[in-house]
Design a protein around this ligand. Structure first.
Ligand code: FES
Length: 161
């Protein structure tokens, strides 16, 4: 069976777990930890593959992922927002941008917005410290210092509706 998201490392972790535990369900959480290690969040496609690999219902795995906050769940949001949190962006108060984006989209860090349009991720330096606080919407880079009001954010988000 060919998997795109369950790479060798993840499959090795699952196999190791399966040798130790009798129930395949006992290997869901270790597998999710490994997926998180590899991708820094949990892509929807990875849990679909995990469900197929372990022969466990997808809904059971989704239930675990959404229950534990540590599993940041990337469920195919239409738009992916990446906000830099490193020192220059921290000093430039990226938190203000984050709060406005959270409010306007309904998404939270590592959680999709209820309408599935937005996913927010905090990331390390994106090489644009000169325009701190910097953030990306999909592949578009933004200079957060130019954003003063919620209307500014609203206008930008409107481009991706
Ligand atoms: S520290 Fe934020 S872009 Fe470099």
């Amino acid at each position: 069976m060919e998997f795109k998201y369950l790479n060798e490392q993840i499959i090795a972790e699952i196999k190791k777990c399966r040798e130790r535990f009798p129930l395949k369900e006992q290997c869901i959480i270790p597998a999710l930890h490994k997926i998180l290690d590899v991708y820094r969040d949990i892509p929807q496609e990875a849990i679909e593959e995990l469900s197929e690999y372990l022969q466990v219902p997808l809904a059971d795995i989704e239930g675990i992922v959404t229950f534990y906050d540590m599993f940041r769940y990337r469920k195919n949001a239409k738009n992916h927002i990446r906000i830099c949190r490193n020192l220059p962006c921290h000093l430039a108060r990226y938190q203000n941008i984050l709060e406005m984006i959270k409010k306007k989209t309904g998404a939270d860090i590592g959680k999709n917005s209820p309408d599935g349009k937005w996913y927010i991720e905090l990331v390390e330096c994106i090489g644009s410290c000169g325009i701190a606080p910097a953030f990306l919407i999909n592949d578009d880079l933004y200079d957060g210092s130019k954003i003063k009001t919620e209307e500014d954010i609203e206008e930008i988000l409107g481009r991706y509706e």
